[in-house]
Write a protein of this length. Structure first.
Length: 187
């Protein structure tokens, strides 16, 4: 299932697609979660542009509440908060790919604004907020693979229902044959 920039999508085991993928990741940040809800494995992908609107703490809480709603509605048909709201969401893996550093030309003029500040903020705040609203499993892993692109490069990012995430670096977005494929399976 394709995830567009600005979208959050969830796939639950046995309910449709078993793969989430997004294209054209340059300065954007892709947040991926793998976990279980109501004993059903799920994957979540957020293709985030890195913009933080308003209060940063409220923004992160809202983002996680949005994730939780997406997970609940994707796993349980006819989700009813009065019945299902107490079922914990277990997060087993957090994978963050993307982001781009500021880039300047030979005269020192800014070419690309970059998302370094947003990525640093995310590193400091995402896991604590997940801990506040979900349950990180004892052996939960987190992986950060950032600043992979520059110039005209972009990434194709995928995560499967098995929790394996991968990316492919595109030197020329119109030519997929020249990409550098890297499996990213954190242990």
């Amino acid at each position: 299932m394709k995830v567009e920039m600005g979208e959050v999508k969830v796939c639950a085991e046995g309910k449709g697609d078993a793969l989430l993928e997004t294209y054209g990741v340059t300065t954007c940040i892709v947040i991926m979660l793998y976990g279980t809800y109501d004993n059903t494995p799920f994957i979540l992908m957020d293709h985030w542009n890195g913009e933080i609107n308003g209060d940063k703490d409220l923004f992160m809480r809202f983002k996680l509440v949005h994730y939780i709603c997406q997970i609940q509605n994707s796993v349980i048909d006819d989700f009813d908060p009065d019945i299902h709201d107490d079922i914990p969401i277990y997060i087993e893996k957090v994978v963050i790919i993307g982001g781009e550093k500021e880039q300047f030309d030979e005269h020192g003029d800014l070419l690309v604004d970059g998302t370094e500040a947003s990525l640093n903020w995310l590193k400091a705040n995402l896991i604590p907020e997940i801990n506040n609203q979900c349950t990180l499993t004892k052996n939960a892993t987190q992986s950060w693979d950032n600043y992979l692109t520059s110039g005209d490069q972009s990434l194709i990012v995928q995560i499967g229902i098995n929790g394996v995430a991968s990316y492919a670096l595109e030197e020329n977005p119109s030519d997929l044959d020249d990409s550098d494929n890297s499996d990213y399976t954190p242990s």
